[in-house]
Design a protein around this ligand. Structure first.
Ligand SMILES: [Zn+2]
Ligand SMILES: [Zn+2]
Length: 135
């Protein structure tokens, strides 16, 4: 893995296992499900180590974090094309979406404020279609 050479901090076997798991799927992982999945694969890592590993991998830009309102984070692989997230408050499922209007909103922001926009995060909360049906 070439990215390892660019890391400021060592990629421990535990961190590598976490990175591999996130990098090999399109899921949005929370720390608990990462710990569970690694245990199932015979590579059990303590939850505290998973949290620390995720923080390091995020700082190194190797994974992308989605900040939730309850202070928790979900993680996905880095380098995906820009997209935003809808999160179901009942089942926690995450749906990715994007819309061309976002670019216009950011242009508007730049024009109105003179700011240089580097990026944005748009997280939408609600109840997903299957949870709506179930209730
Ligand atoms: Zn739901
Ligand atoms: Zn995503």
């Amino acid at each position: 893995m070439i990215i390892v050479l660019n890391m400021k901090r060592r990629l421990t076997p535990q961190r590598e296992a976490i990175l591999e798991l996130i990098g090999s799927s399109d899921r949005h992982w929370d720390a608990e499900s990462i710990a569970k999945m690694l245990a199932r694969k015979g590579r059990a890592i303590g939850l505290a180590t998973v949290y620390r590993g995720l923080a390091v991998l995020e700082e190194e830009g190797l994974i992308h974090a989605i900040q939730l309102t309850d202070g928790k984070k979900r993680y996905e692989r880095a380098g995906k094309e820009h997209h935003d997230h809808f999160i179901c408050k009942l089942c926690g499922s995450i749906t990715e979406f994007s819309h061309p209007a976002e670019a216009r909103i950011l242009e508007h922001l730049s024009r109105e404020t003179g700011a240089v926009v580097h990026g944005h995060e748009f997280v939408v909360f609600g109840v997903c279609a299957s949870c709506r049906e179930a209730s």
